[in-house]
Design a protein around this ligand. Structure first.
Ligand SMILES: Cc1ncc(COP(=O)(O)O)c(C=O)c1O
Length: 367
């Protein structure tokens, strides 16, 4: 038996000469869920890098403990509110979120002992509501109405917090702590992981926190770094950028990629949008084809916005010299979206099945 404090190796610790695994001797212990957030790997997309002659990297945000990039923002919403005395022990966090922000908040609320109340549109899938309930959140599904309508899910979340003592609405789209989270975590991680040798950052925008925070941090280190936004159809930032920040006219028909693309300029984006180099409009066909390529060629099972982001990175690659380093975000994994993104009938209904290259059609394997 091992005595307390003794570490004994029963097998040789010598690594296999052929293994891709490398022991990170600096990896530390995380004190619970909260300190396991962030410090995700930067994964080189080998095939795409070879094909484009540029080094394309994806930040593996699905490896956050709540499963997405939004864990970072959720942590900052809550901990900055604690710092400012806006929420006290035993309080209630409210948010309007159908997706990853709600999941991140629900995890953190359990870890910190807060009650979590989530409002979402009743059009959202039952499995999303179930995940939030499984995480102990109180879930309210409400009818779909525009953002500024009093019954919109965001407005309901705001009023819920206003109606009680010791409650805080995290207000994900306009709460600048989302941007701040990426200024303090994702940006510095990318800078350290590339040893400052990053030439381009490119990603899509939901709240805009990831794009704005990483862009702001990287440009503060080196103003020569270029930053691009990739947009799905049915959102307004593409025209906003193309029109020199004059028009927010929506471009294209609503995308089925969930998690990015807004119909307005959010608070997080408004701050830093002038730092953008250009915007790319990525058709859903391209995102689906890239989603399947990432599985087929790289072994990566990522969500729709990650595929969209990689399409944007490939577009950005055309704008910079050979050998440049481009970083994008792999925001979450594909599991949550499988019933759509891997369903042959869904993709046929949306008119994108036939456009999938023949050798990749096998991935649309759900009916
Ligand atoms: C899957 C996914 N990708 C991208 C984003 C966009 O991130 P941000 O809100 O930081 O713009 C989100 C936001 O919810 C998301 O859930």
């Amino acid at each position: 038996m091992l005595s307390k404090g003794t570490v004994r190796f029963f097998h040789s610790a010598k690594p296999l000469a052929t293994s891709s695994y490398k022991l990170n001797k600096h990896a530390t212990v995380a004190n619970g869920f909260l300190s396991a957030i962030g410090n995700t790997p930067l994964v080189k997309l080998e095939k795409l890098s070879k094909e484009t002659g540029r080094n394309i990297y994806g930040k593996a945000e699905w490896m956050n403990p709540g499963g997405s990039v939004k864990d970072r923002a959720a942590l900052f919403y809550i901990e900055k509110a604690e710092e400012k005395g806006l929420i006290k022990p035993g309080g209630t966090i409210t948010e309007g979120s159908a997706g990853n922000t709600g999941i991140g908040l629900a995890h953190i609320c359990r870890a910190k002992g807060y009650k979590c109340v989530i409002y979402l549109p009743d059009s959202q899938s039952a499995s999303k509501m179930e995940t939030l309930r499984l995480l102990g959140a109180e879930v309210h599904a409400v009818p779909v109405v525009p953002f500024d309508h009093p019954e919109n899910f965001n407005q309901r979340a705001r009023r819920h917090a206003e109606s009680m003592e010791n409650a805080y609405w995290t207000n994900q789209f306009d709460n600048l702590e989302s941007r701040q989270a990426h200024i303090e975590t994702t940006g510095p991680e990318i800078w350290a992981q590339t040893q400052g040798k990053v030439d381009v950052f490119s990603c899509a925008s939901g709240s805009g926190g990831t794009w704005a925070g990483v862009t702001r941090f990287l440009k503060d280190q080196n103003p020569q770094i270029k930053s691009f936004i990739s947009e799905p159809p049915g959102a307004s930032l593409y025209n906003y950028v193309k029109s020199g920040f004059k028009s927010t006219e929506i471009e294209g028909v609503q995308s089925f990629i969930e998690g990015a693309g807004q119909c307005r300029v959010t608070g997080n984006i408004a701050h830093d949008i002038h730092l953008v180099e250009d915007a790319f409009l990525i058709p859903d066909q391209d995102s689906v084809n890239m989603l399947y390529r990432l599985i087929d060629e790289e072994g990566l099972f990522v969500g729709g916005t990650s595929a969209l982001n990689v399409c944007g990175a490939v577009e950005a690659a055309k704008r910079v010299p050979e050998g440049s380093t481009i970083v994008t975000i792999l925001a979450d994994s594909a599991h949550k979206y499988a019933q759509k993104l891997f369903s042959k009938s869904f993709l046929q209904d949306r008119g994108v099945y036939n456009g999938i290259p023949d050798h990749l059609k096998k991935y649309a394997s759900l009916e």
